[in-house]
Structure formats: structure tokens, C-alpha cells
Ligand binder design. Structure first.
Ligand code: 5GP
Ligand code: MG
Ligand code: MG
Length: 179
């Protein structure tokens, strides 16, 4: 797999440091609350594990699955809910956990869904923020890294379901997806 990577951007150690930094910040910001972390599958699975272990609060964890990318390397405008959350979000402080915010369309979809269901507050903690990719107006409240406008894989992020298990985030060589 390493041979398919053009450049390593964030290794496990730097991701761990980002989790510590944001975990501390969230612990302070949500003191006195019992936030509901809503992890977006599948991409956020490792980031969820890292970040949550740095949060020193009574908190709950739920998973939601949406689909936006249809296999390729560019986002789709059509987002569908694949697996819904089980618990009620009404009146809860919700923190969405994302792997990456690119066009922002997935995040907007989720925020609107949670708002409609009566969440008390909605924030997002993303491992990567690809600010240059934005098509809709939505901000990441907590971001591990501002990532370049490149297609990246690893640490949860996939290309056609592969590379999620790479222990770092790296830029995928163009020749891998332009064959
Ligand atoms: P959106 O464009 O809606 O902000 O992002 C939707 C989803 O597309 C992300 O949660 C992520 O799963 C995927 N995505 C966006 N940019 C990248 C990227 O550079 N690499 C990978 N592997 N997935 C991405
Ligand atoms: Mg995602
Ligand atoms: Mg994907």
C-alpha cells in the first residue's frame, strides 16, 4: 500500500497530538454537559477512537452512516442516510465526528437533520479540514489539520474501500485512480 502514496502528510504521532489538543479543548468547552458524539462511518472510525480517549467527560457515542462519495475521488451532491442513529438527539449537545470536511455538503446535511430533530447544540470535530474544497457555507468547529486540496487516504479515509488501515494520512498517487 505504501507504494501507492505520493507523500505522507500526517503520521500517527502528529494525529495523536491533534487528538490530545482537541480533546482538551472539548473537555473545557463542554464542562458540565454530557455531549453526544456522533461518529460518521466509516471514515471517522480511527479518529473517533483517538479523540474520545482524550475527552474527560461523561459522554455518549453513537454512529451514523451516510453516503456521499460514490467510489471515485470527487464528492457527490446527493447524500443519503444509510444507517441512522439509535438514540434521541432532542435537547442534546451533539458533536459530529468526521474524517474530512471537503465540499461541506455531508456536514450540512447532518447539521440540518440534527437541527430538525431538536438537538440543543451541534458542533463538528473533524480530523481534516479541506477548506479549499468548500461548495456550501459550513465551518468545522474543531479541526485537527487544514489539509491541502488533494485526494488523501489512510487513517480511516478510503479510495474504493481500500487504504482505511494505513497508519497515516497521505496523498494518493494520481496514477492509482486515473488508470
Ligand atoms: P464533503 O464533500 O461532503 O464535505 O465530504 C464528503 C465525504 O467525502 C467525506 O466525509 C469523506 O468521506 C469524503 N472525502 C472528501 N475528501 C476526501 C479525500 O480527500 N479523500 C477521501 N478518501 N475521502 C474524501
Ligand atoms: Mg466522512
Ligand atoms: Mg469514502
Amino acid at each position: 500500500m505504501d507504494n501507492d502514496i505520493q507523500e505522507v502528510l500526517y503520521d500517527q504521532e502528529s494525529i495523536q497530538k491533534a487528538a490530545e489538543r482537541l480533546g482538551k479543548q472539548i473537555t473545557q468547552d463542554y464542562a458540565g454537559s454530557t455531549p453526544l458524539f456522533l461518529s460518521v462511518l466509516k471514515g471517522a472510525y480511527l479518529w473517533t477512537a483517538d479523540l474520545l480517549r482524550e475527552v474527560d467527560l461523561y459522554a455518549e457515542l453513537e454512529f451514523i452512516k451516510i453516503s456521499s462519495y460514490h467510489g471515485g475521488v470527487s464528492s457527490s451532491d446527493e447524500i443519503t442516510l444509510v444507517t441512522d442513529v439509535r438514540s434521541d438527539v432532542r435537547g442534546r449537545d451533539v458533536i459530529i465526528l468526521e474524517d474530512i470536511v471537503d465540499t461541506g455538503q455531508s456536514l450540512l446535511f447532518l447539521k440540518e437533520l440534527l437541527a430538525k430533530r431538536g438537538a440543543k447544540s451541534i458542533k463538528v470535530a473533524t480530523l481534516l479540514d479541506k477548506i479549499e474544497g468548500r461548495k456550501v457555507e459550513v465551518d468545522a468547529d474543531y479541526a485537527g489539520f487544514n489539509v491541502r486540496n488533494e485526494f488523501v487516504v489512510g487513517y480511516g479515509l478510503d479510495y474504493e474501500e481500500h487504504y482505511r488501515n494505513l497508519p497515516y494520512v497521505g496523498i494518493l498517487k494520481k496514477e492509482v485512480y486515473t488508470k
